[in-house]
Ligand binder design. Sequence first.
Ligand code: NAG
Ligand code: NAG
Ligand code: NAG
Ligand code: NAG
Length: 650
Amino acid sequence: MQLSRLAALVSACVASVGAQSTFSPARPPAIPLAVRSPYLSVWLDGGSDGGDGGYLAGEWPTFWQNQVFGWAGIVRVDGAPYTWMGSLPNTMSVNQTAFEYTATKMSSLDGGHHDVQVYADISAEWVSGDRNAVAQWDYGTADGVSYHRVYRQTQLAFSEVNQQSEWGYWYWATDAVNSMTYQSGADTTVRGQFSQHGKLSNSGDTNYRAISNSWPVFGFASDLGSVGSSSASTLFSIGLTQDEAVQFEGTSTYAPVPSLWKSYFSTDEDALTFFHRDYQRANYLSSGFDSKVSGDSIALAGDNYNVLTSLAARQVFGGTQLCGTEDKMYLFLKEISSDGNVNTVDVIFPAYPFFLYTNPAYLKLVLEPLFENQESGKYPNSYSMHDMGSSYPNATAHADGSDEKMPLEECGNMLIMALAYALKAQDLDYLTAHYDLLNQWTAYLINDALYPANQISTDDFAGSLANQTNLALKGMIGIQAMSVIARETGHTADATNYSSIAKDYIGKWQDLAINKDASPPHTTLSYGDSNSHGLLYNLYADAQLGLGLVPQQVYEMQSTFYPTVANKYGVPLDTRHTLTKSDWESFAAAIASTETRDLIFQNIATWINETPTNLALTDLYDTVSGNYPNPTFIARPVIGGAYAPLLLNS
Ligand SMILES: *[C@@H]1O[C@H](CO)[C@@H](O)[C@H](O)[C@H]1NC(C)=O
Ligand SMILES: *[C@@H]1O[C@H](CO)[C@@H](O)[C@H](O)[C@H]1NC(C)=O
Ligand SMILES: *[C@@H]1O[C@H](CO)[C@@H](O)[C@H](O)[C@H]1NC(C)=O
Ligand SMILES: *[C@@H]1O[C@H](CO)[C@@H](O)[C@H](O)[C@H]1NC(C)=O
């Protein structure tokens, strides 16, 4: 079950503060409200080009793609209603003094006691990306939890409309207590009922209809009574249940795969009530995780770095879905916004520092579908597959071998990630189990890494190019990684052979790839193009895996060079444009000098604070204007690259 909680939010005194929202440590372009999976991904626009500047009241929450998700909150104080969430016409808004992530408790500011009721609803916009689709709903109570269940009347399994899922059941829940009332019905009816009376009618509208036909909403009201200076709160949970979450071509034939929670709970209600009642423990654990991330980040590289890592964590998890059974688990990942591919290798790769830092098992689980499919002989090419399918949630794989061709990139990525996981988890059996396929990919690298053919790298928006310096380096590091894999698994002859090949290549690479006459010297974008340059982010894996393949002076040279080409918001990805990627900047920063690293994160933090855009954190942005370019990348899990420095120091 994918669930998120909203602990609300009651101010008994909203009138006395001339409010100014404060953001700490930075104002995000969009604030994650309920972000848990590719289909539970609800944000509040925070940028300066529209919306309400990151105030919860005064604008509608949106799906990551920016269509409105009706989610409204009203609080009545001494009989007067104020909006605390959403954009409700003709109402006064609560002036928040601060927006604390996931929970803003409020209490009386004037010292007196006030009579308070709190209200929240969701609309049917959550259940389909087609606003003409017919929604259906019901209401129930189980084990002390009351819920509205809302769903698309005609379920379209594994289908999307406007990136939203067209199947499954949404649960909107709160504590089943005497002071709680509920109601479903038209938005104006239900919200009007609460605003006027401070409670709902405990009744359901059974006129199932299109989402946009007299907008049905599903409300709860809670009477908190007299609230004084100690805070009061109400807990709401929101979640989506899909018995089967993806379809997958693995060892067996193409078939649906259950959501992992199905192995632990027999019904939706069981999962929901467990989740809702687990709030204190989950809140304790997630607060601990948040503190660890910010504590580690600040200790390593200061507040600017903490800005990026703090925002990135939820976004990476929000691109994934745990599936399978207790005995055979998978982590499926959606390449959100760029094209919806499933478990794209070069989208997993930038996030690998995040997975290893949080829990190495996640890296294994997200690579599992790729290994399983290709080791079943279902992919015809000698190089690594690019992704598990072109349209999440359908992991159809590519039996015809016609996936997006990024051969050198993906072979290098798979070798690096396989070794990185095995070393971190101390799981050498993993390397033995996958040795043959890893060896096959190494042969590809030996053929192509020294003089890479004209091809695209992961930065496919930049077009294809021959002899890409950074791509060649990835291939060579991949070969050296295989030498370690061979050594660790007792393949001594391979170990020696691959190591000598990698060392031979890296010696030649230094002559081909470096403009030694430049002041200061630096690597070029491609061999011999002396005026070009680029972020040499693939060098990171040499350090992270402890390979010692690339001489230290290459690290120092690049670190000295980057500040000389930095723009206001960052170091450009390469000389083809002024764009950069924050994930690759983080990889470069992780292995740079303290001064260069701090400059990079200072520029990224400035960018996050100043970008006019209103969408979940992008990895691709313009280093001069601070804007999102075309293609616009939103909410992609690659942002986990922010954890490259943390992983190196963990
Ligand atoms: C919120 O602040 C604005 C401007 O400071 C003010 O006009 C409005 O009355 C305030 N709202 C409340 C509920 O106090
Ligand atoms: C996934 O496959 C099903 C058929 O099995 C199809 O109906 C659905 O539209 C596909 N989903 C996407 C996102 O392409
Ligand atoms: C080293 O590996 C390459 C590529 O697989 C192979 O062609 C060559 O024969 C190997 N050399 C030795 C000495 O094993
Ligand atoms: C790659 O670089 C090598 C060495 O400079 C050169 O001989 C070769 O032609 C280049 N390949 C392509 C496709 O440009």
